[in-house]
Each structure stands twice: as structure tokens, then as C-alpha cells.
Design a binder for this molecule. Sequence first.
Ligand SMILES: [Zn+2]
Length: 193
Amino acid sequence: MAEHHEAILDRFRQAGALLEGHFLLSSGRHSPVYLQCALVLQHPALAEDLCRRLARAFADEGVETVLAPAIGGVVVAHEVARALGGRAVFAERAAGRMTLRRGFALARGERTLLVEDVVTTGGSLREVQQLAEGAGADVVAVAALVDRTGGADAGFGMPLTALVRLEAPTYVPEDCPQCRQGLPLVKPGSRDM
Ligand SMILES: [Zn+2]
């Protein structure tokens, strides 16, 4: 996948989903990189293509069901399931816990692929993994379009498969190199963009 890395990142850039500069994150930290995966997934043809590329890694795994945490993973699960020919279901937070609602269920031994749009700490996806394992499903793999873990162990107990890996450091304002350079700080999603 490595030779396609920059080409895929360019598609994120063209969709305005990947910005480089000086950004204020919702956490209050600053980053030279801003990623909003929804801006690439809003284009169905792009979503289909990216997810098909991700799905290739699991073509021989006998995947029956693709499960994602809502909201970010819903479109990814749908498109990966389309590529693999399985079901797409999602878990959502109810009373603070990731839950299968709407009549969604996993059978014991069901070959299940877990997907997400972006994995940073992996918290939601780990919860979904516990949910699937708790239902007795056979978790085949864990995958994301973008891996932002920076190589940290997200605690899945299995490797994270990703279409691209994105180095995206964040800083407290006092340590931010872009602040030191005097670059204007941009709040993503605001009209100043
Ligand atoms: Zn800064």
C-alpha cells in the first residue's frame, strides 16, 4: 500500500478533508494537521473507492458482517460490506455504552470485521470489539481508513489495518512550533476556513 500513500492523501486533500497549517483542535491543543474524514466520505464515489481498497486486505477472510461505531464508521462499514458482500451494522452509544440497537445482532461465531473512519486512541473501536466478542462473534480484524495512532498500541490485541497512516502531532499552545512561527491559528469548521 505504501506507494499509494501520497496518492490517497491527495484525495483527502482535494476533498478538503486534510488540511495543513495551524489548527485549534476541539481538545484545545494545536496541530499542523487537520483531518475531517466526513469531508471525503460525503462523496459516495470516493467513499466507495477508498473502502474497496481497504476491503481488499480481507477478501479471503470469509467476512460475513462489518461492524462499526457510529457515527464516523457507518459509511465505512457500509462501503466495506458492499465490497466484501456482507452485512453492515453499527453500534451506537446508549446511556454511555456502545450498544447494538435497531434490531442489529451478531450470531455466535459470525465472521465480523470491525471498521472505523479514523483511529486516534481507538477508544470507540475497542468498545465495539468488546461488544462483538461479548456476543460471541469471531472478530476477524480491526481496520480503519486512517491510522492516527502514531504507532501507539491501541489495545486491540491484534494489528490495526489502515489504508493510510497519518503523522499528526498535537501540542499544548506553549509548545506549539506554529505559534512560535507566528502562523495564524485557524479553528476548523469556522467560516474563516
Ligand atoms: Zn499553535
